[in-house]
Design a protein around this ligand. Structure first.
Ligand SMILES: Nc1ncnc2c1ncn2[C@@H]1O[C@H](COP(=O)(O)OP(=O)(O)OP(=O)(O)O)[C@@H](O)[C@H]1O
Ligand SMILES: [Mg+2]
Length: 870
């Protein structure tokens, strides 16, 4: 057996493009492969050597590295500096608390996120692409990720080429490789050697990752996988990074907001302390502690855990999220574009009639349709299945010569067949397109007649009648080809004889109408994008009870520029006879208007739009390319399932917002008060260690937030990330709580005449209690007594508060500078905290009411203009 260790990936001499693409004969031996494929043991070894067939091959986690990389986070660095300074000046306790915080945030974060990501990865595996590869002498289904150089795999219409390789055998194999070469038409591949060249698109014997098979079948030898593929070399543009979503950008903006506030506060405290000639060390430690207290260090963990919990919940309903943050986009989505066939209809298509141009039943039409469907090798659509199920034609005398596969621009497909010594080109496709290429039509007696104005009108009338009754219609045509013809070309689809129409019934899905109504009720505008005719689509809308607000045809879209398109697309909800490129343009146009756009589709033609949409949704039975481009896969083809997904997405939004709002309001208020107190208190309002401890306990209380449920009001409309809302809330509730804190300070100093330690202890308990308890106010927009939090929230809040109180009375109290609080203090503090919560509730109600009055929260559903970077 050849020694695999001597082998390199990629084989072939250096230079671009690699010589292996032209010298197919040499490749097999350099790969130590054979036409019989690999053995499992060989494949395992190669997998270890070359890594999995995906782009992020560094992917496997190494805990130590992961944890170390977290230490590079600026926040953690800040903490470490604070710790080092404390240790250096002998503040060992501060240093200890800081070390504990670092450990807590880093390890806890790591574990939680790791768990969440593992769960998400497991979900992804459920919908991973698979392929038929030859292992141990037999073809078996294996995950695409496990392919290695030397594997032999089968390709057929609809499959995605999973790696780079050479064709070993091919029958009418056409692939769409626009992603790589920019050619928009399918190109044919064959196994013959080709002369060396420097343009990869001349390598007609090679197929590349990211292309998809349009028609035909073939066997392929895998030569390069993962990052070594052509696509991998250019950074995996297709599968790779998408532009940051609205959510990512919101998160980043929020980060900057916090950074600015923290910086100002720290500067203020340092200046104030300087002016008052306080000891510089203590002041800088104190301001560092404040900075630490303000930073939402748990945010990344809360986001990941919340999203992954949402994704797991959703998977139990039968929808698998491939990209976690798609949950978020689902919650923000305000327009859903959907295809027609299969999503709105049953896709259980039956052939109901086959008629000539006058609408009379004609067996000849069925025969031609049968021959075309029987011999074509493209993606089998339910249309072909319906034709094959209806007719029984003896094909023993027919031989296939060639075909021109279906494409979504010309919307037809032809096969070239030989019958004894005659050759025929048989075409079926969208009736308008087929009619446009006929110069004769077939009479009842199989006689070809030239068109007259009358017969043309008759043909159009018959077609309109069929479509208006909801039938999907294909046009069937044929012509005699030169007897010895060996190839069929696009240009041959001319001067055809029109045979007639095949009319199909595709019943509407029972609950699709209801699902659309529900989505509309939840603030999501549903738009239907179809390659079919407008008459058929309108008929379907009637049947589903969906009002048509405007129709835009593909030929009109072709004349519009992007700006005009985005305006027209806003009002229309039915888009007919549109091509895959136009589907994609529509999605982009709507996004440019500030909408968050979802796209549902399952065909090869849907892949570009699935990829450009904020959230691409496909089904498990979809074409590989569609599944690959989608962010979410539904295990049942059911629009109703999206409703649950949308609610789940909005729920995650609400939970993340809660964390941020507590952090930026009450927490911010406390830090503000402490900064302000520096001006008139004769001592620090809290010791740096106490500020840090306070922060640790508060953080711990927030870790259960992802478990919490949310109010109905939070899932009724699309949720946008609204940094203005967060900022305004922070700038209102923050100072209001500070005012309240100053009242507290006054009470403690003047009425209770607390000394330094007593003051600090009281304020520690008070500020901790307000921060921990205010979540119960903020977690709902309405009355907190009517919205029930998850029990874990109560448990966490109660146990942490008890812990704090116990600490104050414990022998450890002295270490932290605490003193035992006399009971009147508890009474006073209890009263103050209750008053604070009532105040927070009042301010919150006013805040939301004034927003509502200004029309903010209602406008969300109609898609407020949201600036979107390209
Ligand atoms: N296998 C086929 N053979 C011949 N013509 C086809 C075939 N598949 C589709 N067509 C024609 O091309 C048109 C466009 O196809 P496309 O898949 O884009 O749209 P559709 O299937 O009608 O609707 P939807 O977009 O809802 O799936 C079809 O309406 C039909 O007229
Ligand atoms: Mg389709």
């Amino acid at each position: 057996m050849p020694n695999e260790r001597t082998q390199t990936n990629p084989p072939g001499p250096a230079g671009h493009p690699d010589a292996c693409w032209w010298r197919s004969d040499a490749v097999l031996s350099s790969l130590h492969a054979s036409l019989g494929g690999l053995s499992s043991a060989q494949a395992r070894r190669r997998l270890r050597m070359f890594g999995p067939n995906r782009f992020d091959t560094a992917g496997r986690h190494r805990p130590c590295l992961e944890i170390l990389s977290r230490l590079r986070n600026p926040l953690v660095l800040l903490l470490l500096v604070a710790g080092a300074v404390s240790a250096a000046v002998g503040e060992t306790l501060s240093a200890g608390i800081i070390a504990f915080m670092v450990l807590l945030s880093v390890i806890f974060d790591y574990l939680q996120e790791h768990k969440a990501e593992r769960a998400a990865e497991n979900l992804r595996q459920m919908v991973a692409l698979k392929t038929m590869a030859q292992r141990d002498g037999a073809y078996r289904e294996i995950p695409v990720e496990n392919l290695v150089p030397g594997d032999m795999i089968r390709l057929s219409a609809g499959s995605l080429v999973p790696a780079d390789g050479l064709m070993i055998e091919a029958t009418d194999l056409f692939v769409q490789q626009a992603a790589l070469t920019g050619e928009s038409f399918p190109v044919e591949k064959h196994p013959h050697a080709v002369p060396a060249d420097d343009a990869l698109d001349h390598a007609a014997n090679a197929v590349f990752m990211g292309s998809s098979v349009i028609s035909g079948t073939g066997t392929m030898l895998i030569v390069k996988t993962g990052k070594s593929t052509q696509l991998g070399l250019v950074g995996g543009v297709i599968a790779g990074r998408r532009p940051p979503t609205a959510f990512d950008m919101g998160l980043r903006q929020f980060g900057y907001l916090i950074l600015r506030v923290t910086f100002l506060l720290v500067l203020f405290v340092l200046l104030a302390n300087g002016l008052m000639k306080r000891p510089w060390l203590e002041s800088s430690l104190f301001s560092l502690a404040l900075a630490v207290g303000l930073t939402p260090e748990l945010l990344p963990m809360i986001v990941t855990v919340t999203l992954s919990r949402g994704a797991i919940r959703l998977s139990k309903q039968g929808a698998i999220v491939k990209r976690l943050s798609a949950m978020q986009d689902l919650g923000a989505m305000d327009i859903l574009c959907t295809d027609k066939t299969g999503t709105l209809t049953e896709a259980k298509i039956s052939l109901s009639s086959h008629v000539d141009i006058a609408g009379r039943n004609n067996e000849h039409v069925l025969e031609w349709a049968y021959l075309n469907s029987r011999f074509e090798t493209g993606v089998h659509t339910p249309l072909e299945d319906a034709i094959l199920a209806e007719a029984h034609v003896d094909i023993s005398a027919w031989v296939k010569v060639d075909e021109v596969p279906f494409d979504f621009e010309r919307r037809r497909l032809s096969v070239l067949l030989r019958h004894r010594d005659e050759s025929f080109l048989i075409v079926k496709g969208a009736p308008e397109d087929v009619l446009g290429h006929c110069n004769q039509y077939e009479e009842m007696n199989a006689q070809a007649m030239p068109w007259t104005a009358q017969s043309r009108a008759l043909a159009r009338e018959t077609l309109r009648g069929l479509c208006a009754n909801g039938y999907r219609v294909l046009g069937i045509a044929w012509k005699k080809a030169p007897a010895g013809a060996t190839h069929a070309r696009l240009e041959d689809e001319n001067d055809l004889i029109f045979a007639g129409y095949a009319a199909f019934l595709d019943p509407p899905k029972k609950d699709a109408g209801e699902a659309i109504a529900h989505l509309t009720g939840q603030g999501i505008a549903v738009k239907i994008l179809t390659g079919d005719s407008d008459l058929v689509a309108r008929h379907l809308c009637d049947a589903l009870g969906v009002p048509v607000t405007g129709v835009l045809m593909g030929r009109e879209i072709a004349l519009l520029d992007d700006h005009a398109l985005s305006v027209r697309a806003e009002s229309a909800n039915l888009f007919c006879r549109i091509s895959p490129i136009q589907k994609n343009r529509l999605v982009l146009a709507l996004r440019r208007r500030g909408h968050v756009v979802g796209f549902v589709g399952d065909g090869i033609n849907d892949a570009p739009a699935l990829h450009s949409a904020d959230v691409g949704i496909s089904v498990d039975t979809a074409a590989d390319v569609a599944k690959d481009s989608a962010d979410m896969i539904m295990l049942r083809h059911d629009l109703g399932m999206l409703e649950e997904g949308v609610r789940e997405g909005r729920r995650t939004f609400a939970n993340i917002r809660k964390y941020i709002m507590v952090g930026t309001s009450s927490n911010f208020g406390n830090m503000l008060s402490m900064a302000g107190a520096v001006l008139f208190l004769p001592f620090l309002p809290m010791l740096p260690t106490q500020v840090l401890l306070n922060n640790v306990l508060y953080d711990l209380s927030e870790t259960v937030l992802p478990l919490d449920g949310v109010d109905e009001a939070d899932v009724q409309l699309p949720q946008h990330w609204d940094v203005t809302l967060l900022r305004n809330f922070m700038l209102i509730l923050g100072p209001v709580s500070s005012l309240f804190d100053f009242v507290t300070f006054y009470l403690l100093l003047r009425m209770l005449e607390a000394g330094e330690a007593l003051f600090q202890t009281s304020w520690f308990i008070d500020s901790l209690a307000t921060q921990i308890l205010v979540i119960f106010i903020i977690r709902t927009r309405g009355n907190p007594f009517f919205s029930h939090p998850h029990p874990a929230l109560w448990a966490a809040a109660a146990s942490l508060l008890l812990f704090a109180v116990a600490l104050v009375f414990s022998p450890l109290a002295g270490l932290f500078g605490f003193v035992a609080l006399p009971w009147p203090y508890f009474l006073a503090l209890g009263f103050l905290v209750a008053m604070y919560l009532a105040l927070a509730q009042w301010v919150k109600t006013l805040f939301y009411r004034s927003r509502l009055a200004r029309g903010h929260d209602r406008a969300v559903g109609k898609g407020v203009m949201r600036r979107l970077k390209p």
